[in-house]
Design a binder for this molecule. Sequence first.
Ligand code: SAM
Ligand code: MD0
Ligand code: SF4
Length: 338
Amino acid sequence: MNKDIKERPITREEIIHLLKDDRESVAESLFLKAQQEREKVFGNKIFIYGFVYFSTWCRNNCNFCFYRKSNQIERYRKSPAEVVEIAKQLAASGVNLIDLTMGEDQKYHNEDFKTVLDITKTIRKETNLPVMISPGVISQSLVDEFASLGTEWYALYQETHNLRLFQQLRIEQDYDERMNIKLYAKRKGMLIEEGLLAGVGETVEDIADSLLEMGRIGASQMRVMSFVPQKGSPMELAETPDRTLEMKIIALMRILYPYALIPASLDVDGIKGLRGRINAGASVVTSIIPPRSGLMGVAQNTMDVDEGGRTAEEVKHILNEMNLSVAPAEEYIEYLNV
Ligand code: SAM
Ligand code: MD0
Ligand code: SF4
């Protein structure tokens, strides 16, 4: 399989035009084209990712996030043994990758990430699965350490590629610092995931710029998530966008980058949001969380988790109904290695 990004078949102006055109027929034809493109590369196979949000402590104050430092909420930090146990449980359920996600927990920064590096090493060994880390911004020397452990992925989302909007969302954070560490990880041989938020005040021009930038930086995985308002945050009363926007962006990503891994995140609308995102051209299902593990999601921190809606089993069932199936572990590893 060739995961290099193909030449772009559509221009910035065409993207803008397609995003502005709100006829249902336009969206439908984008979805159809995106499904055809996905099928050419991935056949009827979909990858699924286990999500382990192991510390909800954070030193940052992103305006859109429930876990921002200033929000007075109950937080947890799972012990290494618990994290490893949950990862093993996810592996046994058939996920293709373990995503180790954390807030920018100062405790881990103070100890140079010793615990997180240990957890990563153990999980790679015990599950034999590729690992993605989503730790926020870290230093170059830490990227070196994760890369030398063989950690496959570094996920770090810019949310927008409009500098002014970035500063409103990720307040007191540095756009270039965030972008540069992602590019550094790529140079060190890690795969990178880029992401954008829909419905946070961006224009269609901003979205077009993000779509093109994601290709330019060589992101092997790219995502879009609709903004979900969070209790106690400055954007609590802002509206969540109509989902057609997210679906059209997923389809455009697929059409622009046929080989890209593009998530259908269960974290936005729970399990009921799966079909629409797959039909828009997504090739990965993310945010699979074991029920009653005490773990949370991000945008939807509890939706469907304990009810068992966000499990590999439930996802497999729905994909099968759609004549799709979850790829075996070896097939995902093969995809990454081509
Ligand atoms: N703390 C790390 C970081 O910010 O990079 C990793 C985890 S962070 C919680 C992961 C992503 O969740 C964010 O980059 C953002 O795209 C998404 N997210 C957070 N809050 C959200 C919300 N209210 N609605 C939709 N997506 C959200
Ligand atoms: C997900 N909501 O898996 C989670 C998360 C972090 N790498 C991913 C934002 O969709
Ligand atoms: Fe912290 Fe990440 Fe939430 Fe920002 S998005 S407040 S860095 S957990």
